[in-house]
Design a protein around this ligand. Structure first.
Ligand code: GRF
Length: 189
């Protein structure tokens, strides 16, 4: 049974590319487009290289239901947030119960919530002297980074690790696990 997945990204899109590549041999899984709130985000370059339509949307289109219309037109079954920085409108959460999956580059519930994205997360982890960090893949609900946790993976943080070291080690977990967890969520594994 075919599944249509919408990927949302706001920046580089390395996770988006990794996910699309992972499923490239699976004819049941389709990515009609990559959706982005930044007109010139690097994920646009990745989409073009992958031959996946790139669709930019404004804050207004995000809030006024335009993007929701795109999801309906494309018969989207699941929504994947891969480095996406906007809060999901409640209308979308209600339309896609336990169908919106996000990845966070830390071990939630710690280091989540407002302002905790990208390098800010890894800087906070190092500043706190944490002995470990990792990834959290979770369903999205109306509270930022607080939906039901689906999967977590950990990596050690040594006293000499810089935030960049932590970011590198966490990205490696993202690339290894995010596509597999998505496959389980959508019933393709
Ligand atoms: C990743 O660290 C992800 O965990 C977080 O934002 C970053 C996105 O990186 N949500 P990329 O855009 O996929 O390269």
């Amino acid at each position: 049974m075919k599944k249509n997945l919408a990927i949302f990204a706001s920046g580089s899109g390395s996770n988006a590319e990794n996910i699309i590549t992972y499923f490239s041999g699976n004819k049941n899984v389709n990515f009609p487009f990559i959706l982005c709130n930044k007109e010139d985000a690097y994920v646009k370059v990745r989409a073009e290289r992958l031959g996946i339509p790139f669709r930019y949307f404004t804050k207004e289109e995000w809030k006024d239901g335009t993007v929701m219309g795109w999801l309906r037109e494309a018969n989207i079954d699941y929504i994947i947030l891969a480095g996406f920085l906007l809060k999901v409108p409640n209308e979308m959460i209600e339309a896609y119960p336990n169908k919106i999956v996000n990845i966070h580059p830390a071990l939630l519930p710690k280091y989540g919530g407002k302002g905790m994205y990208g390098m800010h997360v890894h800087e906070a982890v190092v500043a706190a002297g944490e002995k470990e960090s990792g990834i959290t893949i979770h369903y999205v609900n109306e509270n930022l980074d607080a939906g039901q946790i689906i999967f977590q993976a950990k990596v050690k943080v040594t006293p000499t690790d810089t935030p960049d070291d932590v970011a590198h080690n966490v990205h490696a977990l993202e690339y290894e696990y995010f596509p597999q967890v998505i496959a389980q969520v959508i019933g393709e594994k």
